[in-house]
Design a protein around this ligand. Structure first.
Ligand code: UD2
Length: 326
């Protein structure tokens, strides 16, 4: 009965959730096609997890894994706003068709609650900050539309197919194991590696766009709370910290932490980019018991230490360890 499914469990958020579930003594099955996820993310827990290297677009393969599960955390996705503009088909198929498949498999297989990783991108640009769940969504990119459709489906599966669902709108999650190696990688993963390798990052636009950067362990806390909270089926909640930092501020803060002076380069703004993002956390606090534990700076320091340890593992330890101010 206590089988937990994590789609996208080899990704950086998914693998943090897997670790936490294992620490609670849960039986965990991961569904991941390893397109952006990586088994290295599960390195030291690999023997305690069952990994199904399946694609969520393949209903016939994922349905038997999901059937009868106690909880399903649906984190598998093709992320990235720019990727969804440059190459919209894979993200459409994974984020919409794949999400439909996961929900259908859970409903038909009589699984317990599905917690869906939605996105703050659904809001688009709003006249008012912070962004509240009751605001009308104004997606600005295919990615944002796709994640919003997933939310709508989650709610409809709750209303029409007797499946418990909860959607959490993630707000720019960061932390250990976020992959910095692609041009579509989250900006903070790129900032961390640029900093440690003493390279200037490129900021798209004027750098005054702002984000509610949220540390991965706070998001894991909320995923677990959403999976057990009473009377929330079909609902959507912000999963953010409630803070807001511009890219310029963030890069300045990182340089100060590391004690270096590396002015950023600036490039053209990205199409589909949201200008400002900040979560209103009241509903998540009230109904899910959301209680973020990590300040932005704490999260930055913990993550920076992790990237530093990775560089040290690669044999670049002396340079990576230099100039640490902690
Ligand atoms: C969106 C969602 C986020 C999550 C994510 C998944 C918003 C507000 N947030 O993140 O919740 O769903 O998509 O992909 O929609 N940038 C640079 N230099 C770089 C890389 C990025 O300046 O090398 C900028 C980018 O133009 C943007 C900001 O950094 O203004 C954040 O970009 P991102 O790709 O980390 O995340 P974002 O906000 O698209």
């Amino acid at each position: 009965m206590n089988r937990y499914i994590v789609t996208g469990g080899a990704g950086f958020i998914g693998s943090a959730l897997v670790r936490r579930l294992l620490a609670q003594g849960r039986r965990v099955h991961v569904i991941d096609n390893l397109s952006t996820g990586n088994l290295d993310n599960l390195e030291e827990v690999a023997e305690r997890v069952t990994v199904h290297e399946f694609d969520i677009r393949d209903y016939d393969r994922i349905a038997p894994v999901i059937a009868g599960a106690y909880r399903v955390f649906h984190l598998a996705a093709v992320p990235s706003v720019p990727k969804s503009i440059l190459d919209p088909v894979p993200s459409h198929e994974c984020n919409i068709d794949g999400t439909f498949n996961v929900l259908r498999a859970a409903a038909e297989g009589k699984a317990g609650r599905v917690v869906y990783a939605a996105s703050s991108s659904a809001y688009g640009d709003t006249a008012v900050l912070p962004k509240v769940e009751t605001m009308t969504p104004r997606p600005k990119s295919p990615y944002a539309v796709q994640k919003l459709v997933g939310e709508y489906y989650a709610t409809i599966f709750s209303d029409c197919f007797d499946l418990e669902t909860v959607s959490l709108r993630f707000f720019n999650v960061f932390g250990p194991r976020q992959d910095p190696s692609s041009p579509y990688s989250g900006v903070l993963s790129i900032f961390f590696t640029s900093l440690l390798e003493r390279r200037s990052p490129t900021i798209f636009g004027d750098g005054e766009q702002s984000r509610d950067f949220t540390y991965v362990e706070d998001v894991v806390d909320l995923l677990l709370k959403a999976s057990e909270a009473p009377s929330v089926s079909g609902e959507v909640f912000n999963a953010g910290n409630g803070g807001r930092y511009t890219l310029n501020e963030t890069w300045r803060l990182l340089q100060a932490i590391e004690g270096v002076d590396l002015p950023a380069r600036y490039g053209a703004p990205r199409p589909g980019d949201v200008r400002d993002s900040q979560a209103d956390t009241k509903e998540a606090v009230r109904k899910l018991g959301h209680a973020p534990r990590f300040s932005f700076e704490q999260g930055l320091r913990l993550t920076l230490d992790w990237y530093r340890s990775q560089l040290a593992r690669k044999g670049d330890g002396i340079r990576a360890g230099a100039n640490l101010v902690s």
